[in-house]
Ligand binder design. Structure first.
Ligand code: THU
Length: 139
């Protein structure tokens, strides 16, 4: 499935909302759900999971990326992330980096102002090519 393929955003939004209802967010009371379309047509999803040690909370995107690899890998082509009211939620900075690694610049994100690409929401991103470029300079 190419990045240019049509995406059923309503379905992706529904899957993200369904995942949000499984969130474990007793500390922030801010449930999050996310769903991603994989390049083979699968949909993977995740919810946030908090902890009494606040700093180790797992964002919903962490669970989704784990599910991506657990169920066969592949590349994310489209992602919808929602808050507790089902409205589009912009992934935090750390999670944009996770999405970049697993979807790249062309992966599309549902935002409250329309669909945008990862390249738009994480410009000048750091990625594996930076490591490759540096490693080439090593003897
Ligand atoms: N959260 C996510 O799950 N994803 C994001 O991209 C932003 C924040 C969660 C983490 C925490 O459980 C709650 O939202 C409040 O920050």
């Amino acid at each position: 499935m190419a990045e240019s393929a049509s995406v059923d955003w309503d379905l992706l939004h529904a899957k993200a909302t369904e995942a949000m209802h499984h969130a474990y967010a007793p500390y922030s009371a801010f449930p999050v759900g996310v769903a991603g379309l994989v390049d083979d047509g699968r949909i993977v999803s995740g919810c946030n999971v908090e902890n009494a040690a606040y700093g180790v909370a797992l964002c919903a995107e962490c669970g989704m990326i784990s599910a991506l690899h657990l169920t066969g890998g592949g590349r994310l082509v489209a992602v919808a992330c929602v808050n507790g009211t089902g409205d589009a939620l912009m992934p935090c900075g750390r999670c944009r980096q996770l999405l970049w690694e697993n979807g790249g610049p062309g992966c599309r994100i549902m935002t409250s102002t329309g669909v945008r690409t990862m390249a738009e929401v994480l410009p000048d991103a750091f990625g594996g090519t930076d490591l490759d470029a540096f490693n080439k300079t090593r003897p």
